[in-house]
Each structure stands twice: as structure tokens, then as C-alpha cells.
Design a protein around this ligand. Structure first.
Ligand code: SAH
Length: 218
């Protein structure tokens, strides 16, 4: 009989937090705490579990990816969220980003358009006891009108523009983080602030996300 040594995911996770997040300037204690606790390896296909904490995105099937840990941390930190706020995520994918937001005490609403990803993510939330995460299968570029406005909105797929329904459904004050780019393979991460009836958008670094597909996407 061969001996099988189970990978020490907890240790890998701590290493990820130290080397990929803390060392690169992620400083929000709530983000670091949630990423230290959330079992990322459960959100990737089984064959890729040994690489779950590596410094890159991983395929999750159907041409989609789970974002690199650093990008998840960056976007989450940019939301400047506090417990009890409502947040809409467009692009559930593996469910990892939602789990991080829920772990920070946010009231999470997440929308996915691909059935083959939607159902496993929903099931995983249930198995992990993340019962507060509200899921929906739909075109997230239309937002989720019944639960709007949202204090925070995070879009984890890239489209050519900022979908107008999402701007409408952002609370005042509110913050949205979204990758935007006319070139399909490269976007700028944009942070939108809504305040006192006005809106300002600031472009940050370059990122690469999968396509945001929908009425207000590609
Ligand atoms: N946040 C995810 C990243 C998934 S990749 C995670 O933590 O794993 C982006 C996801 O956005 C894909 O699953 C893709 O199917 C989904 N997507 C793309 N366009 C969408 C749309 N209009 N509405 C909802 N989901 C969309």
C-alpha cells in the first residue's frame, strides 16, 4: 500500500496570505482574515486542489476561471466594505469571491449565467453552511432589481462598458469595482463612487478577466 500524505491546506493558505497578500500591500484586516479562513481548495476542481493556493487563476470549467488570490484580495479591499452592508456580485463562478464576502459579514447576492457553474456553487454554499448567500441564475448585467439598491457591487467578469443597470442599482453612497475594457483580453479595474447624487469613476491597474456576457456586456 502506498502512503498518501494529505496536503496541509491550512499551511498553504497561511503562506498564500503572507507571501501573496501581506507582502504586496493588502492591509485590510477583514480581507486578510476572510482569506485566511476560506478553504479555497474546495472551490476548484478536485484535480487542481494541490494548486489551489498558487499565485495564479485556475480553470473551473466551461471556459471560466477562479481569480488569482491577490486579485480577489485587491478587489475586495477596494470595496471598503463593512459588516452588514449588502453586496451584489456579478459572476459567481466557483463561489470563492462570494464566500470571502460572506466571511466578512456582508449580505451577499450573487448572480451567475452558466447553469453548470451555478448549481455546484449553490450546493457548495449549502454544504459549507453559507446559508446567507442569495444566488440567482440570470444575466447579471441587468443587476438584481428586487434587492437593489446595493451598498457595494463587484463584477468579476470584464465587459466593454459599465452596465447602466448596475449604476442605477448602486446605493448612494456606494462603491462598485468592475473590470472594463474595449479589448476583450485586457481590462482596467475601475472603481465607481456614488455620492450625494453624483458619480466618479477611477481607473486603476490592468487586469484580465473572462468575458462579461449579456445585454450590457459582450
Ligand atoms: N467570482 C468568481 C470568478 C468567476 S469567473 C469566482 O470567485 O470564482 C467570472 C464568471 O462570470 C463566470 O463564471 C461567468 O460565467 C460569469 N459571467 C459572465 N457574464 C455574466 C453575466 N452577464 N451574468 C452573470 N454571470 C456572468
Amino acid at each position: 500500500m502506498g502512503s498518501y500524505i494529505a496536503p496541509d491546506f491550512k499551511r498553504q493558505r497561511q503562506r498564500m496570505v503572507n507571501e501573496q497578500l501581506l507582502n504586496r500591500g493588502i492591509s485590510d484586516p477583514a480581507v486578510l482574515d476572510a482569506m485566511s479562513r476560506t478553504q479555497r481548495h474546495l472551490f476548484v476542481p478536485e484535480a487542481l486542489q494541490p494548486r489551489a493556493y498558487d499565485d495564479h487563476p485556475l480553470p473551473i470549467g466551461h471556459g471560466q476561471t477562479i481569480s488569482q488570490p491577490y486579485i480577489v484580495a485587491c478587489m475586495t479591499q477596494l470595496l471598503e466594505a463593512s459588516p452588514g452592508m449588502s453586496v451584489l456580485e456579478v459572476g459567481t463562478g466557483s463561489g470563492y469571491q462570494s464566500a470571502i464576502l460572506a466571511g466578512m459579514g456582508l449580505d451577499v447576492f450573487t448572480v451567475e449565467r452558466v447553469r453548470e457553474l451555478y448549481f455546484p456553487a449553490k450546493d457548495l454554499f449549502r454544504r459549507l453552511g453559507l446559508l446567507g448567500i442569495r444566488t440567482r441564475i440570470a444575466d447579471g448585467t441587468l443587476g438584481w432589481q428586487e434587492n437593489a439598491p446595493f451598498d457595494r457591487i463587484i463584477v468579476t467578469a470584464g465587459g466593454p462598458d459599465i452596465p447602466s443597470p448596475l449604476l442605477d442599482q448602486l446605493a448612494d453612497p456606494g462603491i462598485m469595482v468592475i473590470p472594463v475594457g474595449k479589448n476583450r483580453r485586457e481590462q482596467r479595474l475601475v472603481r465607481v463612487f456614488k455620492k450625494d447624487g453624483g458619480m466618479t469613476a477611477r481607473a486603476l491597474g490592468n487586469v484580465t478577466f473572462v468575458d462579461l456576457v449579456g445585454d450590457h456586456g459582450w
